[in-house]
Design a protein around this ligand. Structure first.
Ligand code: PLP
Ligand code: LYS
Length: 416
């Protein structure tokens, strides 16, 4: 069931008309569906069944407090990559003891903050990072729970910019160095080895690479056990893809069940998943208004009020996201347009060669915008970032107000 569907030719988000939201709150506008977020989270969580597990939603996909609080209420854990994301989780009512801290460049003050908050685990990406965490833990007179992010060297078969599990990537510790790095970790008195993790890439559409990675890590876990290093949890990262166009990724239930199946007979090894996109992407749309129709020499342009600063994925990865009219059958003649924004960059587009029947003043919805949409937005060209709305049944809650011009120079100082 799609919670963004047409009713008598009008696009709805759950029980709320998208036109009414655009008229009331202006555009560009992000609109999320709480029911969709919850359904996606449950798809992962419920498919694992009895095996001890925790879904740690990847905050980077969508870190709005509305989204985080909805997931926190389900009992979700969180995967973070900065002190800022941890602060958001806590502000949203999330439980710090269900937080894993990923990322290659954690600063000492972020490590200190995370230790003070009592996070579940640091997902460590290098030897120098182990020494830094050990030193910070020592200064606080405590022990830091750590996991090592192992690079299983599997090809995730995804876009090169978002593939992370290959040897050539900056992420993780090579499998060949895993044992010696664990031994180093075990020798540092302010660290407690608790886990092993990996993350092989994002927007994966096949289950094979996930299974390969998991199997490689299980072999390592057994090898470590022989050396007296006991791993309590295995975190397989995120990365499950979604349908933007015609991709057919495995259903979250099938993926989570496949992961759980490989854990059979290992009831002492907790399974952690870090899905981001698969929970948030199709739980959101971005609504934009057509400002002008412009007939160029070779192409026709629909110039809309959203730009690459609001939704970066098309410009950054040439990502394709569906663009649909908010009201069907407006009467305009269908035509092929490049849907472009007002930012002064040739690469500022939301979609290319899209057949649309539209006029200036119409609203369009960009689908699958709930993940890596607002979180990657910027103020480039001094544009105020959009508002965000969470729809819950027939209720629409403003979960982030639209920025105003004064926000643009917050913290700046002019010379006297
Ligand atoms: C360590 C880690 N975990 C989880 C995620 C979430 O990935 P996705 O949104 O593809 O599920 C990412 C981002 O790719 C990541 O780097
Ligand atoms: N931001 C990317 C995904 C990167 C995942 C972060 N580890 C996207 O929009 O597809």
């Amino acid at each position: 069931m799609d919670f963004f569907a047409y009713k008598e030719g009008q696009l709805f988000a759950e029980d709320v008309s998208v036109t009414s939201l655009a008229q009331q709150h202006g555009t560009p506008l992000y609109v999320y569906s709480r029911a969709t977020l919850e359904r996606h989270w449950h798809a992962f969580n419920d498919a694992i069944g009895e095996h001890p597990h925790l879904i740690c939603y990847a905050v980077k996909a969508n870190s709005n407090l509305g989204v985080l609080s909805a997931l926190a209420k389900l009992g979700s854990g969180f995967d973070i990559v900065s002190g800022g994301e941890l602060a958001r989780v806590i502000e949203a009512g999330g439980d710090a003891s269900k937080v894993v801290f990923s990322g290659v460049g954690k600063k000492s003050d972020e490590i200190r903050y995370a230790l003070q908050q009592g996070i579940m685990c640091f997902n460590v990406e290098s030897e120098p990072e182990l020494h830094r965490i050990n030193a910070v833990a020592e200064s606080l007179g405590t022990q830091a729970p750590i996991s090592l992010r192992i690079n299983p060297d599997v090809d995730a078969k995804t876009h090169p910019y978002i593939s992370t599990g290959l040897k050539a990537n900056k992420f993780g510790i090579a499998r060949e160095r895993a044992i010696q790095t664990y031994e180093l970790a075990a020798s540092l008195s302010h660290l407690k080895v608790v886990g092993m993790d990996c993350h092989i890439g994002s927007q994966l559409t096949e289950i094979g690479p996930f299974v390969d990675a998991l199997e490689r890590l299980l072999l390592l876990i057994d090898e470590l056990a022989e050396r007296g290093i006991v791993i309590e949890h295995l975190d397989v990262g995120g990365g499950l893809g979604v349908t933007y166009d015609d991709e057919e990724p495995p259903h979250p239930k099938a993926y989570a069940a496949a992961m759980a199946e490989k854990m059979d007979g290992r009831s002492n090894l907790k399974l952690i998943l870090e899905p981001g996109r698969a929970i948030a992407a199709n739980a959101g749309i971005m609504v934009t208004e057509v400002e002008f129709i412009k007939q160029g020499e070779e192409k026709s342009f629909a110039i809309v009020d959203a730009a690459m600063n609001d939704l970066l994925r098309p410009a950054l990865y040439s990502a394709w996201q569906n663009i649909i009219p908010v009201i069907q059958g407006s009467g305009a003649t269908p035509h092929t347009y490049d849907v472009v924004g007002p930012v002064c960059e040739t690469g500022d587009f939301i979609g290319k060669d899209r057949e649309l029947a539209i006029c200036a003043g119409d609203f369009l919805a960009v689908r699958s915008a709930g993940a890596y949409g607002f979180t990657m937005a910027s103020n480039y060209n001094s544009r105020c970032r959009p508002a965000e709305i969470m729809v819950d049944g027939d209720e629409a809650i403003v979960v982030r107000e639209r920025e105003i011009q004064k926000d643009l120079w917050k913290g700046e100082h002019k010379l006297t």
